[in-house]
Design a protein around this ligand. Structure first.
Ligand SMILES: [Mg+2]
Length: 189
């Protein structure tokens, strides 16, 4: 739609930073190699870069909202040093009731599309021209549930279980965020 920007929605742990299962303290936040370059290239091409992250550690009582803010402040500090300012960070802090990683329990918790839809409304984003990049099938499904143009699974986080690939519509696989950004830009006229 005219006037709306395309976005790249980004999972956090295992996509932007080293996955340590729970990132509870700022000192646990370590960006993956090439992330700054990838985000700079996407933003230079006109994509809003928006983090959408499930952070159930808050809902599980392992950390507070303030702790999460401090982790994100550290992530923003590290990105700023690489010349990147994110367009938004959305976090779902609800703890799931099921062990099923792809069950859609709450609209905001991936694989629910809630955070992406909210970001689109807040920031004026065109979902049909937007991409979702993440390291789990849950991220792929969130992007597809939100009506994103394409989704990319990166190999920098969770071990990939290819037996589950059929549970989603077709998607791309890339070695890391740099390769994923290259794929987005190659498909963007
Ligand atoms: Mg992840």
């Amino acid at each position: 739609m005219p006037g709306l920007r395309p976005a790249v929605f980004l999972d956090r742990d295992g996509t932007l930073n080293v996955d340590r299962s729970y990132i509870l303290r700022p000192e646990d936040m370590q960006l993956l190699p090439g992330v700054g370059e990838a985000l700079r290239r996407l933003q230079a091409a006109g994509f809003a870069c928006v983090v959408v992250t499930n952070q159930s550690a808050v809902g599980r009582g392992m950390m507070t909202d303030v702790d999460l803010d401090q982790v994100h402040a550290e992530m923003k500090r590290q990105l700023a040093a690489l010349g990147v300012t994110l367009d938004g960070i959305y976090a779902c802090t609800i703890a799931p009731r099921t062990e099923d990683k792809i069950a859609l329990e709450y609209p905001d918790r991936k694989p629910g599309p809630g955070m992406l839809l909210r970001a689109a409304a807040d920031l004026g984003l065109d979902l049909a021209r937007s991409w979702m990049i993440g390291d789990t099938l849950r991220d792929i499904l969130a992007g597809q549930n939100a009506g994103c143009h394409e989704c990319i699974l990166v190999r920098t986080g969770h071990p990939i279980d290819e037996t589950q690939f059929g549970l989603a519509e077709p998607f791309h696989v890339a070695d890391d965020l740099v390769a994923a950004a290259r794929l987005v830009l190659a498909n963007y006229a």
